[in-house]
Design a protein around this ligand. Structure first.
Ligand code: NAP
Length: 285
């Protein structure tokens, strides 16, 4: 059966772990050749061995413009060109409140989450134009849509990613380059441990724990997994979404539909509590 990405070449940042790794695996299964760009060199070498001829690894710290440019050029030197860029590398932080914000911390988060994808788009566009068009996907977050899902710098950076994707979509449409964002909900990956300074092994164990417990967090009673986001990335990368640009796709098992009381029968609506509706006698007495 034909793959939905047959003949396509993709660069995926953060491609050695979590959502990025799940997307590398799915894109390869759908026929793409992939440059997995990350800072985890050992995992990158393992990926190259798993998928000879289909995956090459590029050491790419997305805070470095030279690294980003190098990873994108590798798509051309190794596989002949570039059709898809998934700007996905990321990390969270612990500056939970405004009072905890530091200049270094803020700039570090923005350099990875906002400047990295911006530079990725800058260097991807000329390569995609050579191919007659392409698809850029930026990983945002539900934290960029609502308060309460992440620290302040992280959340505002993800909101910036959503809007930057719209602006870039407008600018790159004439060149037949589509740009979209994905807003994942809670996905079982190592990012939670990594942001708390855990070792990679411990962070991977935390991901497994989220996979075990994640089914109870949102209306859809299953844990969010990297493949759930990879499937969304496949849709946006492929011709299935040929008429879709400048949007953000929320993939969160419904966690942003409303407060927990909206879907969890054990919870009471805050309105009902304030108005004392719980205690009112029913029409039947
Ligand atoms: P992950 O498993 O930790 O994967 C992220 C990858 O990016 C890791 O390999 C990480 O390496 C790498 N990375 C970190 N800093 C980098 C840099 N400067 N340059 C290049 N690579 C770098 O986490 P994930 O959950 O899959 O995260 C992927 C994206 O999804 C992120 O943008 C994240 O904000 C977003 N997201 C995740 C969730 C979720 O619930 N998991 C929800 C919403 C959005 P290290 O391990 O060495 O840091």
């Amino acid at each position: 059966m034909a793959g939905r990405l047959d003949g396509k070449v993709a660069v995926i940042t953060g491609g050695c772990s979590g959502i990025g790794l799940g997307t590398v695996e799915l894109f390869v299964a759908e026929g793409a050749q992939v440059v997995a760009a990350d800072i985890q060199d050992e995992k990158g070498a393992i990926l190259e061995k798993r998928f000879p001829g289909q995956v090459v690894y590029a050491h790419c710290d997305v805070t470095s413009e030279a690294d980003i440019e190098g990873a994108l050029k590798k798509a051309k030197s190794e596989f002949g060109g570039l059709d898809i860029l998934f700007n996905n590398a990321g990390i969270s932080d612990r500056m939970t409140s405004i009072a905890e914000v530091t200049v270094e911390g803020w700039d570090w988060i923005y350099s990875i989450l906002v400047r990295g994808p911006a530079l990725g788009m800058k260097h991807a566009a000329p390569l995609m134009i050579e191919r007659g068009g392409g698809s850029i996907i930026n990983t945002a977050s539900i934290a960029g849509l609502q308060a309460g899902f992440g620290p302040i710098a992280y959340s505002s950076a993800k909101a910036a990613v959503i809007h930057m994707s719209r602006v870039a979509a407008a600018q790159l449409s004439p060149q037949k380059i589509r740009v979209n964002a994905i807003c994942p909900g809670l996905i079982a990956t190592s990012i939670f441990g990594a942001s708390f300074g855990a070792t990679r092994e411990m962070a991977d164990q935390m991901a497994a724990r989220v996979a075990e417990l994640g089914a109870t967090v949102q209306p859809v009673p299953k844990a969010g997994l990297p493949d759930d986001i990879a499937q969304a990335a496949l849709y946006l990368a492929s011709d299935m979404s040929a008429f879709v640009s400048g949007t953000h796709l929320v993939v969160d098992g419904g966690i942003t539909v409303g407060g927990r009381h909206a879907w969890d029968q054990s919870q009471t609506s805050p309105f009902a509590t304030i108005l004392g509706l719980d205690e009112m006698p029913t029409a039947q007495g």
